[in-house]
Design a protein around this ligand. Structure first.
Ligand SMILES: [Mg+2]
Length: 149
């Protein structure tokens, strides 16, 4: 087991493109509300992207008060890349299955075209909540971490 099931702080790392933002840069429905809920639940939220440090997008959507930091996401060799980072994810949320499978987290349904009826953020929240309570989730979108950091 990792410390994910303990009461210690939990670092959740969110991807940006097609996880929180659509192709036109618009915010996924309920993204702000769910991020707020996660903060209220005691999680520490980080934003990372393979396309640079995304404070501009985060500020544009007024999410900066919910986010501890924006950092660069490794684009390959995830486990080794994370091993040398100061702050490490306990859980990643990403539409890219490869990084979720490598680090553990929630495989987000790709949010590409703006869609006001998208419920992806609610689904992500349910999985995170289950993981936070039980250390794992039966949801098919969940991947347990395969590393010990
Ligand atoms: Mg993405």
């Amino acid at each position: 087991m990792t410390n994910a099931s303990s009461d210690t702080e939990r670092n959740i790392f969110f991807d940006v493109d097609y996880t929180l933002l659509g192709v036109d840069g618009s915010l996924r429905p309920l993204a702000r509300e769910i991020l707020q809920r996660l903060v209220d639940d005691g999680h520490q939220l980080y934003i990372w992207s393979g396309n640079g440090i995304r404070w501009r997008d985060i500020r544009k959507h007024d999410l900066q008060s919910l986010v501890i930091d924006c950092i660069e996401k490794p684009v390959s060799d995830y486990v080794n890349a994370v091993a040398i980072m100061n702050v490490k994810p306990d859980l990643v949320v990403d539409d890219d299955l490869e990084i979720v499978a490598a680090l553990g987290g929630v495989w987000a349904r790709t949010y590409y075209f703006p869609n006001s009826r998208d419920t992806g953020m609610e689904d992500i929240y349910q999985v995170i909540q289950e993981w936070a309570q039980h250390g794992l989730s039966d949801d098919p979108q969940f991947r347990a971490p395969s590393r010990s950091l």
